[in-house]
Design a protein around this ligand. Structure first.
Ligand SMILES: *[C@@H]1O[C@H](CO)[C@@H](O)[C@H](O)[C@H]1NC(C)=O
Ligand SMILES: *[C@@H]1O[C@H](CO)[C@@H](O)[C@H](O)[C@H]1NC(C)=O
Ligand SMILES: *[C@@H]1O[C@H](CO)[C@@H](O)[C@H](O)[C@H]1NC(C)=O
Ligand SMILES: *[C@@H]1O[C@H](CO)[C@@H](O)[C@H](O)[C@H]1NC(C)=O
Ligand SMILES: *[C@@H]1O[C@H](CO)[C@@H](O)[C@H](O)[C@H]1NC(C)=O
Ligand SMILES: *[C@@H]1O[C@H](CO)[C@@H](O)[C@H](O)[C@H]1NC(C)=O
Ligand SMILES: *[C@@H]1O[C@H](CO)[C@@H](O)[C@H](O)[C@H]1NC(C)=O
Length: 496
């Protein structure tokens, strides 16, 4: 009895040792460089991040980031917080499937065996590495100098000591806002339809510092890790302007990592890493009503804590805006003759947000100001100040408006008729989905009939599969379904 139990013990010990050895073998360390011939595919069960390449400190990692269950983004993340610092911008969304692959052949290439290459560094390099500041580089063999680096293709984040030049921009992850440099200023913009941009925050180089000199090259921005500020630079390493981070300790021995990020509400925020959390230490915009669209379409933001309400005082404020909103203009006649129909909403005690950045004309009366808009289908509304005669014309959809106690400042706004709830993009997607479902139902129906016929004739499904590769009836239906999902995914962000 004793011997038997000892044997069993030894056996189980051996089994557990083998299992451990196998565990160690499968948990291969994450490489610090990728060489020609490297290739990785997403593992079906991994969520939300599959590391592919690490930096020497282990603080950062390049890998597959899983989003919305089935989407795959190639991203550099900060490991401890899982925050993505950089995301590749492919020509088409990649899916979390065995057909998707990241490889290195001199270029880092993201491809799908069904649809081809969706993103590539288009280089002929020796290796890919991740630096200890989160910069992903493809390097030359001889000199190990970078021939491609992710720092030149920022997404929504600028990490310390990364340069943002005038030809680049940060874009918020929802695509609505951007941060970019002008001739002598940094600005925050709302991205409008058709590539138009609307400036809502502007910071010009301060007089106290070096002035921006004309003809001495463009300016660039950088988070200075030694001084703890967001700086504007021209040619010299001395900044022409600094925006100090609030809680930066110059004498701190363990310098903490700094970054700025353009958030989805349009604010530019600075953070430092305290070892376990990202702590806020800079905000470009401190007052909620100064944000680009804090109360949504046709919302009214009243400074001083009153918060959001609706321009139309008959409507209760709900998050996401007050009216249907929708983009574009009111010019789309579409065979109905003239512009689209709208109703007019008037409100007193309102003024344009960021009015110092908005152009105006001067009219003798409110009627004259409204007249500029009434007959023009690319106009969405006007603001008029009785005291100054200033008339502000909105040639973009009405977002959040600023409330003021001054009743002589009035607004005139067009509201698209029948635009409540559903906007045009939503309707278009709805139609596409409807048509595709209809086609699917028809094909499915035909498929069933064909199958039934075949069964009657005694043809087996297995043979049909061999003859036609994927089988006649289920094949086309399946392909159509996957293609239609892709087209819906694509059409939404593009038409926004
Ligand atoms: C690497 O692969 C991509 C995609 O297959 C291809 O277009 C490119 O020419 C290849 N580059 C080199 C250097 O072989
Ligand atoms: C990061 O890398 C640079 C250059 O390779 C080095 O000088 C620096 O000490 C490194 N920093 C950390 C925190 O490892
Ligand atoms: C940013 O620009 C400065 C000045 O041109 C340069 O010295 C520095 O190396 C750049 N930083 C990076 C990360 O490219
Ligand atoms: C990087 O790693 C070091 C050592 O583990 C840690 O002290 C530091 O906070 C990390 N930095 C970031 C930005 O995660
Ligand atoms: C709502 O607005 C209309 C038109 O501006 C005004 O006549 C009415 O008094 C307002 N009602 C309330 C409850 O404020
Ligand atoms: C209509 O408004 C737009 C934008 O304000 C302006 O550019 C255009 O000149 C106006 N058209 C007419 C005919 O007034
Ligand atoms: C606008 O100004 C005119 C003259 O300055 C004045 O008569 C009128 O009452 C004002 N209207 C409003 C609504 O303040």
């Amino acid at each position: 009895m004793k011997i038997k139990s000892i044997l069993i013990l030894l056996l189980s010990l051996q089994i557990s040792l083998i299992c451990h050895a196998e565990d160690a073998a499968t948990a291969t360390p994450i490489p610090q460089e990728l060489l020609t011939g490297f290739s990785a595919v997403p593992q079906p069960t991994t969520t939300p991040f599959q590391a592919i390449l690490t930096d020497p400190t282990g603080n950062f990692s390049l890998g597959f980031l899983r989003q919305n269950q089935n989407q795959l983004k190639l991203a550099v993340i900060h490991v401890a917080s899982s925050e993505p610092f950089w995301v590749a911008n492919p020509t088409r969304l990649a899916s979390w499937a065995h057909t998707t692959r990241l490889s290195f052949n001199g270029s880092l290439v993201l491809s799908d065996s069904k649809t081809g290459v969706s993103w590539s560094t288009a280089t002929n390099g020796h290796r890919a590495v991740l630096l200890n500041n989160s910069n992903l580089q493809v390097q030359n063999r001889a000199t190990q100098t970078p021939i491609w680096e992710s720092f030149h293709f920022p997404t929504n984040t600028l990490v310390q000591d990364q340069n943002l030049t005038a030809d680049k921009s940060l874009v918020s992850s929802n695509g609505l806002y951007s941060f970019r440099l002008g001739d002598d200023f940094m600005g925050l913009y709302t991205n409008l339809n058709g590539g138009k941009r609307l400036l809502y925050w502007k910071h010009t180089a301060m007089e106290a510092k070096d002035e921006v000199k004309e003809g001495e090259g463009p300016i660039y921005a950088r988070v200075n890790s030694e001084g703890g500020y967001l700086g504007m630079y021209q040619t010299s390493s001395k900044p022409v302007d600094v925006q100090k981070f609030s809680t930066f300790q110059q004498d701190s021995t363990t310098s903490s990592f700094l970054l700025v990020r353009l958030e989805t509400d349009g604010n530019l925020k600075g953070y430092y890493w305290n070892g376990s959390n990202w702590m806020l230490n800079y905000e470009a915009i401190g007052e909620t009503c100064e944000l680009p669209n804090p109360c949504g379409s046709y919302g009214l933001c009243t400074p001083g804590g009153a918060g959001c309400s609706c321009l139309d005082n008959q409507t209760r404020f709900e998050s996401g805006g007050c009216e249907g909103g929708g983009g574009g203009d009111l010019c789309g006649g579409r065979g109905f003759g003239g512009g689209e129909s709208y109703r007019v909403l008037r409100r007193s005690g309102v003024e344009p947000p960021h009015k110092e950045l908005v152009a105006h004309v001067t009219t003798a009366s409110l009627a004259g100001c409204e007249g500029l808009c009434e007959r023009n289908c690319s106009c969405w509304g006007v603001f008029y100040s009785n005291a100054t005669g200033f008339c502000y014309v909105l040639d973009y959809p009405v977002g959040t408006v600023l409330g003021t106690g001054d009743g002589s400042k009035v607004g005139y706004f067009k509201v698209r008729e029948g635009g409540e709830g559903r906007n045009r993009v939503g309707a278009r997607v709805g139609i596409v989905v409807g048509v595709l479902v209809l086609i699917g139902v028809v094909i499915f129906g035909v498929g069933l009939c064909v199958k039934r016929l075949q069964r009657r004739r005694g043809v087996s499904g297995g043979m049909l599969k061999e003859e036609n590769g994927h089988g006649a009836s289920p094949g086309p239906y399946r392909n159509l379904k996957s293609a239609s999902f892709r087209s819906i995914e694509m059409s939404v962000p593009i038409s926004r």
